[in-house]
Design a protein around this ligand. Structure first.
Ligand code: MG
Length: 344
């Protein structure tokens, strides 16, 4: 047997692969969150902890680079727990012959994002190899509990008991509003369109962004019960994971899903499903119904002008269901594999 691309593609095959080969050997917990919970981060001694590797090709794309992804992506996995990204490691594997100009551009992007979120890299490693990889990066991150998280949990607990000390992806309950913080599918579309020989003009940049910069304000408003950053597998994967772990259904109104016109027609022409395409600066969140309008207002004020309430959690069924503008309903299944490989 050999490893297949699907085994690392973020969909159902990867889940099966992880369960069989990884979780069966290593499952444990140091704090509240176990490896097998497969949440965006785990925790120990009151800190959030996560790691992620980046293999995007091309490594420099409209709106960012593998450097922006390596900082934003890892810090986003901390931020969606309500943790303030603080300390990071960086490990680079670089192909012999990679240009120093491109490497400097990538490192500048990393430094720029670290400064914006006020985080630091304090340890790292570099290897140069002959294998045809361009550049690959790994970052790990440690996140801190903070007053924004505490405020959010306080507000949630005015409405119901919430047994977690972080914002968990399994925290949804019936009636919670579902918010998407901005236009979907822009990262995957921008990277795909920028590939050599692709031959399709698309005036869209990657949405790569450090979501902590707006989440801290949303947490201050409070009432957020569950969050995920919809990267590989897009909002289809994130919504399904939240529903399954929370044991509730989710109903989404299709016409409320924020998407740019150009990305929508790009996907239409190429037969791509924007719901399963990667985002790198967006959050899918569940919010106590009474707080949803206020959280939405806060998100818009914090620069997420396309944020929208797209649906709610329900106990009517256990799937993610999308309602079309003419009122028909269809199940939105979790993506099985990756429609566009190597975008993150
Ligand atoms: Mg994540």
């Amino acid at each position: 047997m050999r490893i297949r691309k699907e085994d690392g593609a973020g969909g159902k095959y990867m889940m099966d692969f992880l369960k069989k080969h990884v979780i069966s050997r290593f499952d444990s917990r140091a704090g509240e969150i176990a490896l097998s919970d497969l949440d965006d981060s785990s925790d120990f001694d009151g800190y959030a902890f996560t790691t992620d590797s980046y293999v995007v090709t091309p490594p420099i794309f409209p709106g960012g680079s593998i450097g922006s992804l390596a900082i934003c992506g890892t810090s986003n996995d901390l931020a969606v727990m309500g943790a303030k990204p603080a300390i990071m490691s960086m490990s680079l594997i670089i192909q012999d012959g990679f240009t120093v100009e491109n490497l400097d551009r990538i490192l500048d992007d990393m430094a720029g994002w670290l400064e914006k979120i006020n985080a630091q890299i304090i340890t790292g490693d570099t290897k140069v190899v002959e294998a045809n990889i361009g550049i690959a990066a790994n970052t790990s991150g440690i996140g801190l509990k903070n007053k924004h998280l505490e405020r959010n949990l306080e507000v949630v607990r005015e409405y119901r008991s919430y047994p977690y000390s972080w914002v968990r992806d399994r925290g949804l309950a019936e009636g919670d509003a579902i918010i998407i913080t901005g236009n979907i599918a822009e990262h995957a579309a921008a990277v795909m369109a920028s590939r050599e020989g692709f031959g399709f003009e698309l005036d869209v940049e990657s949405d790569v962004y450090a979501v902590w910069l707006f989440l801290k304000h949303a947490l201050d408003t409070g009432g957020i019960t569950a969050m995920k950053d919809p990267t590989r597998g897009g909002i289809a994967a994130a919504l399904n994971e939240m529903a399954e772990k929370s044991r509730v259904g989710i109903i989404i109104e299709e016409e409320r899903i924020p998407i740019g016109e150009n990305v929508k027609s790009f996907c239409d022409v190429l037969g791509l499903d924007p719901m399963s395409m990667a985002n790198e600066g967006k959050v899918v969140m569940g919010v106590v119904a009474d707080q949803a309008e206020d959280v939405l207002k806060t998100l818009k004020k914090a620069g997420q002008k396309d944020a929208a309430i797209v649906g709610h959690a329900t106990s009517e069924f256990e799937e993610v269901v999308v309602e079309t503008p003419i009122g028909t309903r269809k199940v939105l299944p979790p993506p099985v594999a990756d429609p566009i490989p190597r975008v993150c």
